[in-house]
Design a protein around this ligand. Structure first.
Ligand code: CA
Length: 328
């Protein structure tokens, strides 16, 4: 009896310190999120891209989620298929009136028949990022959220690392119109794999504020939640976001202003205001092959982490962001 009580207390202490460490990582350490995997090097959201990203030691790997016809969450960025797969060749008759092919019109088994490639323009057939992985080389497939969690948890076991997942609920309103409650389906799977609270190594993100609030209040999720924002006017609602979310995910270009006369980048007050409300800020998307006015990726990362004081960045090049943080 005494021994079991002792063991229970010991476990509680152990669990508590691991939990604290996890919470510290999300709240205080600057983090790198592998955006769609190592998507600067391999076709986005493929398991190959995720395995490569994992080996680059980011803090989190990102999963965009869209449901199949039979309610399997597929790891894919768009609700459409024709910009990253050969759906037009394999199922030419399955397009809707708008000419597009929807993930939600295909069963999981059918989706597995598609080949995946680097993102391309469906009209021209040309790659979106011309210096990235070549189109239609080798063989890549779509996969489910479950497949990806098992890959990451499997690697956590075999490497001894503890890399988290960062799933995004894509277009919940579209799913609802199609008769599907994507959030409930995803939350159940996350729970089955041990992701239930803020202490678990998972951050859930969504652009739809109404839905993220529903996830917290109606679906009673205790996960760490990040409110993605797309438009500058969304920044007015920070206080509202802070009532249910733990973090904010803005586009970095919206919080960066012009350089001043001395050549220093000026910023909006968004990050400061978010921090005052207790929200962490993880901005998207840092790309070494889309530098805009920056002369190097390190300069862009410096501005992101130091000038903007971001807590984390979504990047297609996780190796470079990890190296940047480690070399500081
Ligand atoms: Ca995303």
């Amino acid at each position: 009896m005494k021994i079991s009580l002792f063991l229970t207390i010991l476990c509680l202490f152990g669990c508590n310190s691991a939990q604290k460490q996890q919470k510290m990582t999300k709240n205080t350490k600057k983090i790198v999120i592998a955006h769609r995997g190592a998507s600067g090097y391999l076709p986005e959201h493929t398991l190959a891209s995720k395995a490569m990203a994992y080996a680059m030691h980011p803090d989190f790997l990102e999963q965009d989620l869209v449901l199949s016809k039979d309610d399997v969450p597929i790891v894919i960025h768009d609700v459409h298929l024709e910009t990253v797969t050969d759906v037009v060749d394999k199922f030419p008759e399955r397009k809707r009136k708008d000419g597009r092919f929807y993930v939600i019109d295909f069963t999981y088994e059918e989706l597995l028949q598609l080949n995946v490639t680097e993102r391309f323009d469906a009209k021209t057939g040309k790659a979106v990022f011309k210096n990235r992985y070549p189109l239609w080389k080798s063989k890549f497939k779509l996969h489910s959220l479950q497949d990806e969690i098992e890959l990451i948890q499997g690697l956590n076991k075999s490497t001894g690392n503890n890399i988290g997942i960062y799933p995004e609920i894509k277009d919940p309103e579209f799913h609802l119109k199609e008769g599907k409650d994507i959030s409930s389906i995803v939350l159940k799977i996350l729970s089955d794999y041990g992701y239930n609270t803020k202490e678990d190594n998972c951050i859930l993100q969504c652009f739809d504020a109404k839905e993220l609030k529903r996830i917290r209040q109606e679906l009673k999720s205790e996960l760490f939640l990040v409110q993605l924002i797309e438009f500058e006017e969304d920044e007015k609602h920070l206080k509202e976001y802070a009532t249910y979310a733990d973090g904010l995910g803005p586009w970095y270009k919206h919080i960066l202003k012009e350089k001043d006369e001395q050549g220093n980048w000026q910023t909006t007050n968004l990050v400061k205001e978010a921090h005052e409300l207790g929200l962490v800020v993880h901005a998207y998307t840092f790309r070494a092959d889309d530098l805009g006015e920056f002369t190097s990726f390190d300069e862009l990362l410096y501005v992101g982490f130091n000038t903007l004081e971001l807590d984390g960045v979504f990047t297609d090049f996780p190796d470079k962001a990890v190296l940047f943080l480690n070399s500081k």
